[in-house]
Design a binder for this molecule. Structure first.
Ligand code: ZN
Length: 250
């Protein structure tokens, strides 16, 4: 692994056009586990699977279960999460003019908490709320501070649900944002990819846009995209461990 780290450090040190794509493993390091994993007894409490719950039609039909899951499994862990060393490193790389953007399928706002600025949240963010009826973004505090388990919009007596501004099942992605992401990847010199993002839309499509020779895949399952990778980093620990071993001067 020493020669891989040497190359990775060299690429990062020499580049001023790095793009990083992050997924669930990145958030896990910050103490925000994957909310889609069901441990034993999950269905006794929540009755439905996360995939069933995180849909617009489910929110309309069973709002109580939607908000219960959202508060317990997503909102609370997100509030307790703290940016990892890896999150902080990406923020510093941006401040040093080296990292152009983070594209993430995570919805927890942890990159911004670490002071990253240019973060494309491809699946939206729990840090923002949305009322479909008013078609307005609403304060983050709406859901955590709601006096009732279900959060209702009180803009002009609207009364519709206030929901996190994330892409739920059955909803379209923000195509402008995807197009922006595609352009960044296309123009990137070094592309760092958290392997755990690669089974989530639209990451495989984004990767296809990359035209450089410095694609770094971290912890991907063998064979997937190996052929196009310039560097494969596997079994080398967490992102924080890897970044700390690089000893970047930031
Ligand atoms: Zn409303």
């Amino acid at each position: 692994m020493i020669s891989e780290f040497y190359t990775l450090k060299k690429w990062i040190t020499e580049s001023d056009n790095i793009v990083c794509i992050t997924g669930r493993d990145f958030s896990k390091e910050a103490g925000f586990p994957d909310y889609r994993i069901m441990e034993e007894g999950f269905l006794d409490t929540y009755r439905y699977t996360p995939q069933e719950i995180l849909k617009v039609s489910f929110l309309q039909r069973y709002p109580f279960f939607f908000y219960k899951f959202f508060r317990d499994r997503m909102l609370q862990p997100m509030l307790e999460a703290k940016p990892s060393f890896a999150h902080e490193t990406l923020a510093k790389l941006e401040q040093a003019g080296k990292l152009k953007a983070i594209l993430t399928v995570n919805i927890d706002g942890i990159h911004q908490e670490a002071d990253s600025r240019n973060v494309l949240e491809l699946r939206g963010s729990m840090m923002r709320n949305w009322c479909a009826k008013c078609e307005k973004f609403l304060d983050f505090s709406y859901i955590p501070d709601s006096p009732t388990p279900i959060a209702y919009c009180n803009v002009d007596m609207c009364g519709d649900f206030v929901r996190p501004a994330i892409v739920l099942g059955e909803e379209p992605y923000d195509l402008d944002l995807l197009a922006q992401g595609m352009e960044l990847v296309k123009a990137a010199d070094v592309l760092l990819v958290d392997g755990s993002s690669m089974d989530e839309f639209p990451v495989p499509n984004l990767l296809k846009a990359y035209q450089g020779h410095k694609l770094v895949l971290f912890n991907t399952p063998p064979l997937v995209f190996d052929k196009i990778a310039g560097l494969l980093i596997r079994d080398a620990g967490t992102f924080s461990e890897i970044f700390s071993q690089l000893e970047l001067e930031l």
